[in-house]
Design a protein around this ligand. Structure first.
Ligand SMILES: [Fe+2]
Ligand SMILES: [Fe+2]
Length: 174
């Protein structure tokens, strides 16, 4: 688990990477389905917060394109969170919305003018990380087609997010 960060520190990318390592560690010893889906759900919670934060922060900075795109992505990430929560429930688990271990909450002060390219570059790295996470989980859930289909649907959205962020970085913030 992470140390509590000071206000202003940004642990978003580290949180997402940490959750992937957690999932890999769990899969290496068999991987209990509910626990594995919870790692993905926690990553989605981090993404909901992250994109919502950037959308609102960017809004006042005349980066309307970034704000609109990040708001749309935040809505997608929330849908992913709910899909995973539903599946965890169907499998007999209790979805954890508290997402213990995330240090992501202390990052709003970083969304100042001039920081957007760096924030979005981190988002891009995080999206690539969750794509790998979903690929690994999908393979792991090969014997559970219903869960695998949910993971593959989410994976397709994450691939779209990656290209959308690449577009933002190259066309809006260069
Ligand atoms: Fe997502
Ligand atoms: Fe995403």
């Amino acid at each position: 688990m992470f140390e509590q960060g000071a206000v202003g520190e940004n642990h978003f990318l580290g949180d997402v990477q940490h959750l992937r390592v957690m999932a890999q560690t769990m899969m290496a010893v068999g991987g209990e389905p509910v626990g594995l889906l919870q790692t993905a759900m926690s990553a989605e919670i981090a993404c909901v917060l992250r994109y919502s934060m950037i959308a609102v922060s960017a809004d006042g900075l005349e980066n309307e394109w970034v704000a609109t795109e990040c708001a749309a992505q935040a809505a997608d990430e929330r849908e992913h969170m709910v899909k995973l929560a539903e599946r965890i429930k169907q499998l007999g688990g209790t979805p954890d919305y508290f997402a213990v271990g995330l240090a992501t909450r202390h990052m709003a002060p970083e969304a100042a003018k001039g920081c957007l390219p760096r924030l979005l570059a981190e988002n891009l790295a995080a999206e690539r990380c969750v794509i790998e996470l979903y690929r690994e989980l999908s393979e792991h859930f090969a014997s559970d087609p219903k869960t695998q289909a949910i993971l593959d649907d989410i994976l397709a959205d994450e691939e779209t997010h990656t290209s959308d962020i690449e577009d933002l970085l190259t066309t809006q913030l260069m």
